[in-house]
Write a protein that binds this ligand. Structure first.
Ligand code: NDP
Ligand code: 8X3
Length: 249
């Protein structure tokens, strides 16, 4: 597929797996993240399969985000597929004891960061009257679980923004998709629990979704014919029924 995809959060988990999956299919890649050493390693590995460019910026910084997109070389400027994936949960606390820093991080990265990146990419898509935006939401955007409060709020916002994008971008023929996974075994819990070993327990006793499982669905979504848009996907591992019911051995 001779298309170019920009993936945020490509240094780990779902974003990195998506980069690998896209490379397999010859999709050209713009890989984004803050950890340059990881971007370099992934670029080196995937350059055997496709053209890869990296951008290092923090999605919370609107100026840096716009400058990074402006800095794209001519042959990477036309982004056909935007994967808004960068994001994390920060903390798992009841609302009465949650931390302001954690709340800022989740709203600034998961919601405002997604908007800043979209703002930088959408004008070229509307001009070309084509494109596909995939926002990585979560099952936490469809239901709320104890102590999930602000993370769930951020992912509910992602879902609402996705639906708003699909309406507003409809006249331009731009596809907009939400992929909403449940538990996926990535660095997500390490970040949520700030390195506390409790993170290791999150994926014990059952087989969680793997980042490659999400990447395959993302590729399926971007490889449909022009007239088909997969609008919304909710994915769980077999052991998970919803945010609070997980069948652990
Ligand atoms: P990881 O922690 O493995 O990856 C998170 C990615 O986001 C990293 O590449 C990180 O890159 C990037 N990122 C985080 N903060 C910033 C920032 N401020 N600026 C730029 N990039 C940033 O987690 P996942 O792969 O699991 O998470 C990816 C997405 O999937 C998130 O939106 C998450 O909410 C969602 N999700 C995850 C689920 C799970 O159970 N794992 C389930 C449902 C949804 P770097 O640090 O290099 O900047
Ligand atoms: C990540 C899945 O259940 O930790 O979005 O919210 S969960």
């Amino acid at each position: 597929m001779n298309k170019t995809a920009l993936i945020t959060g490509a240094t780990s988990g779902i974003g990195r797996a998506t980069a690998h999956e896209f490379a397999k299919h010859g999709i050209r890649l713009v890989l984004c993240g803050r950890r340059q050493e990881r971007l370099d390693i992934i670029q080196k590995a995937l350059s055997k399969e496709t053209d890869v460019h990296t951008l290092n910026f923090d999605v919370r910084d609107k100026k840096a985000t716009q400058e990074a997109v402006n800095s794209l070389p001519e042959d990477f400027k036309s982004i056909d597929i935007l994967i808004n994936n960068a994001g994390n949960a920060h903390g798992l606390d009841p609302i009465q004891s949650g931390s302001l820093e954690d709340w800022d991080a989740m709203m600034d990265i998961n919601v405002k960061g997604l908007l800043y990146v979209s703002k930088a990419i959408i004008p070229d898509m509307t001009k070309r009257q084509s494109g596909h935006i995939i926002n990585i939401g979560s099952s936490a955007g469809k239901e709320v679980y104890p102590k999930g409060n602000v993370y769930c709020g951020s992912k509910h916002a992602v879902l609402a923004i996705t639906e708003g994008m699909r309406i507003d971008l409809n006249p331009f023929g731009i596809k907009v998709t939400a992929i909403n996974p449940g538990l996926v075994e990535t660095e997500f819990s390490k970040v949520r629990f700030k390195g506390d070993p409790i993170a290791d327990n999150v994926y014990k006793g059952y087989k969680a979704l793997q980042p490659e499982d999400i990447a395959e669905v993302i590729y399926f979504t971007v490889s449909r014919p022009n007239h088909v848009n997969i609008a919304d996907v909710l994915m769980f591992c077999t052991a998970q029924a919803n945010s609070t019911i997980v069948n652990k051995s």
